[in-house]
Write a protein that binds this ligand. Structure first.
Ligand code: BGC
Length: 723
């Protein structure tokens, strides 16, 4: 759109205090419609006559701001009256925050020097057919708002005793227009409200509220207070082994919330920031800490407004808790950008994590719009030679791309395409997808393999040499395996789009030969997984058998990290070791998916032993309790245990293959997926000594029970097999 508005800022830098911009105006004719277009350098909250405009929390959202800044459009007709005041508070948000918190970022240093800018245009259409525009310019006023401090990692301070002032004129400045784009992603909204599960004193004597569930969002407080009394809260994910409030793993993120009260009954929630937490510690409360009661606090979960599509339940309560934890992992980390974690001084769009979790994400929610925006940022941040950032938005700008991280450029569009069947995502991303493969081709030190790069390896693999975060799978092996995988997906995507992919086809053949020649042996679980799953092994069955033997040799124990874990169970069950796949899934001892559940986890942990058997923490600096990556096991439950697959040539479940794989350690499994074509259900349960399968398919399907294939039309079906 063509903007008539000017960027405005406060005349003086207000430091930590968030400015409020406002403009009063009268309506002199009957109104037909009023539309507001608005964005900010920071995060904004706009209101008309005291009523919040829209539901978008942390608007305009987080994009690669140097290239793309979203603006929003709101219909505000219903909020106008004869006399009006439009006011907008602008917080630092991601634009002007200290992101990431643990290291200097050149990109962010530049961005954060920008003023708290606002750009807005209110178009008033009258019933007589005329229109008028009210745009940000130097007739607007600005003032200090009651938000005295607000920042993504450090939290928020609000002083309710501050009354609106008269304001001083805003100043026009040269803000960005060339980067403006209409809202592309899902809006971030308040989605769920949770009451405290309990309020208690820790052994240290601190008063702590437990919401019973780790969430991302903020706490709404409701208090009866005298002016200048204060509510002060700290946030935490877990208690330590003594049962005390524990915040060390937030690293430098202060995650603090202060509210200075006015007289009377009042409610507040700090919505220009967010926290990842299950517990809050009450540091100050009107009339003294002991006055705090559960009814004073409500946790508000805030995440991107995606439609829930997938559901899993089974006969094992621990597994059901695991499935809930995976779901909460997505809720807590799909806040406009797919993040590694929502609490410490990080909260970044780590590409590796997103790639690993993408298929699960597409089962649990409709994420097409969410990923469309993030992948557009990925492409925007990609360097001309095709390098993909470790994080998107790329606030790190590392000189290298890492295997299995940068591959998000190829894997995520492909997964989104398979899930929803819309080739648009491939059209949008095809140049970026090819760019990543071309980057590898140009930067490797050995043709047809990817050698000599700098990578994260099999991040957090349990076979890591002591003191290292990287598992002992060879980095060049992993890099070359993903080189092959991404090239193969580029070929598939190109064919969907009718592109000429001959060069990639011969590249793929060359990679395959070079890989087989260079890596005839697999030395770790993850190497076996990749060789079999990407069909790089001349005999994938042998690689899978070797994997099974390795898993068994070490006591039915996984040793895989970020790279191997997502495909581990797939390889086992695809090559005749379903029993072993279930053994890993159902294992309760460390390391396993259920171990954290036995320790009371309500989200997925970064480390299998974030809290160790003896109650100690894995570490204090790299120990997130809401890291969705290992939650990718849900895609095995949907795709293998319940057995639902879109046929690749008929994506979006236009044609389906349903091949459930029951295990007698479970009595039943129910999986449902709301596809774009209708409800897909795959349920199995024990009944009178048989497996009973209830299957509902929205499209033609091939159903595979006990190796027997049957083609069916859309409809509901019942099958039985021997246990
Ligand atoms: C993040 C990870 C990420 C990794 C890169 C960590 O700090 O939390 O999830 O992928 O760095 O290896």
């Amino acid at each position: 759109m063509e903007w008539n508005a000017s960027w405005i800022r406060p005349a003086e830098d207000l430091g930590d205090v968030c400015p409020v911009f406002f403009k009063s105006f009268a309506l002199c004719k009957p109104l037909a419609k009023a539309t507001l277009h608005i964005t900010a350098l920071g995060v904004y909250e706009a209101s008309l006559n005291g009523n919040r405009i829209g539901e978008f929390i942390l608007a305009p959202g987080w994009t690669s701001y140097k290239k793309r800044l979203q603006y929003q459009e709101y219909d505000v007709t219903g909020l106008l009256s004869d006399q009006n005041t439009l006011s907008v508070v602008v917080g630092k948000g991601w634009y002007r925050g200290r992101i990431p918190g643990w290291t200097g970022s050149k990109v962010q240093q530049q961005l954060s020097q920008a003023p708290a800018g606002l750009l807005a245009e209110l178009t008033l259409s009258y019933t007589d057919g005329t229109t008028e525009q009210l745009v940000t310019d130097n007739s607007w006023l600005t003032d200090e708002s009651p938000v005295r401090f607000s920042e993504i990692y450090d939290g928020e301070t609000y002083d309710a005793t501050i009354l609106p002032g008269k304001g001083t004129p805003a100043v026009v400045f040269n803000g960005p227009y060339h980067t403006l784009i209409p809202q592309q992603g899902e809006e971030v909204r308040e989605q769920e409200r949770l009451c405290p599960a309990r309020i208690f004193h820790t052994p240290k004597g601190e008063l702590v509220v437990d919401f019973g569930q780790e969430v991302t969002g903020y706490v709404e407080i409701t208090v009866n207070a005298h002016t200048q009394e204060e509510v002060s809260l700290s946030h935490a994910e877990v208690l330590d082994k003594e049962g005390n409030f524990y915040t060390e793993n937030y690293r430098s993120a202060k995650a603090a919330y202060r509210y200075i009260c006015r007289d009377g009954l009042q409610s507040y929630k700090p919505h220009l920031t967010f926290f990842g937490f299950r517990y809050i510690r009450i540091n100050a409360f009107p009339g003294g800490i002991e006055n705090a009661k559960p009814e004073n606090f409500t946790a508000v979960a805030v995440y991107s407004n995606m439609h829930r599509t997938g559901r899993i339940s089974c006969s094992d309560p621990l597994l059901n808790r695991l499935f809930d934890n995976i779901l909460w992992g997505q809720k807590g980390n799909f806040l406009d950008v797919p993040t590694d974690c929502p609490q410490r001084d990080e909260r970044l769009g780590w590409t590796g994590d997103a790639q690993v979790f993408c298929r699960t994400a597409c089962f649990q929610y409709d994420t097409e719009r969410f990923f469309t925006k993030w992948l557009a940022d990925l492409a925007a941040d990609q360097t001309p030679d095709g390098r993909v950032g470790h994080v998107i938005p790329d606030v790190l700008e590392a000189p290298n791309g890492s295997a299995a991280w940068g591959d998000a450029a190829v894997i995520c569009p492909w997964e989104v395409y398979l899930a929803y069947g819309n080739p648009q995502i491939l059209k949008n991303q095809f140049t970026s997808m090819k760019g990543w493969v071309d980057y590898i081709t140009a930067s490797t030190t050995t043709p047809n393999l990817w050698t000599g790069g700098e990578h994260y390896g099999d991040w957090l693999g349990l076979d890591a040499p002591s003191g290292s975060y990287k598992g002992s799978s060879r980095e060049d092996f992993i890099a070359s395996a993903f080189y092959a995988h991404s090239t193969e997906l580029v070929i598939k995507a190109g064919k969907v789009l009718g592109e000429d992919v001959a060069a990639y086809e011969s590249l793929y053949q060359n990679i395959l030969s070079a890989f087989r020649e260079t890596y005839p042996k697999y030395t770790t679980q993850t190497e076996c997984v990749l060789a079999a799953h990407f069909r790089l092994a001349p005999n994938p069955q042998a690689a899978a058998d070797q994997l099974a033997a390795r898993v068994e040799q070490c006591g039915v124990r996984l040793e895989t990290g970020f790279v191997g874990t997502p495909y581990l169970l797939h390889v086992l069950s695809n090559y005749g070791h379903t029993d072993l796949a279930y053994s890993l899934l159902l294992r309760k001892e460390y390391p396993s998916w259920l171990y954290p559940v036995t320790k009371g986890a309500t989200t997925i942990w970064e480390h299998w032993d974030g809290i160790m058997e003896n109650g100690d923490f894995w570490s204090s600096d790299m120990n997130s309790f809401n890291h969705y990556a290992y939650g990718s096991v849900a895609d095995w439950v949907f795709g293998e245990a319940a057995g639902i697959h879109t046929v690749e040539d008929f994506p979006g479940y236009e044609k389906i293959r349903i091949a459930p794989k029951p295990d007698s350690r479970l009595d039943f499994l129910n999986v449902e997926l709301e596809t774009r074509r209708g409800m897909l259900r795959s349920c199995w349960k024990k009944e009178n000594g048989f497996w009973k399968y209830e299957i509902e398919t929205p499209s033609p399907a091939v159903i595979v029970i006990d190796g027997q294939e049957q083609a069916v039309e859309k409809g509901s079906y019942l099958f039985f097999s021997q246990i």
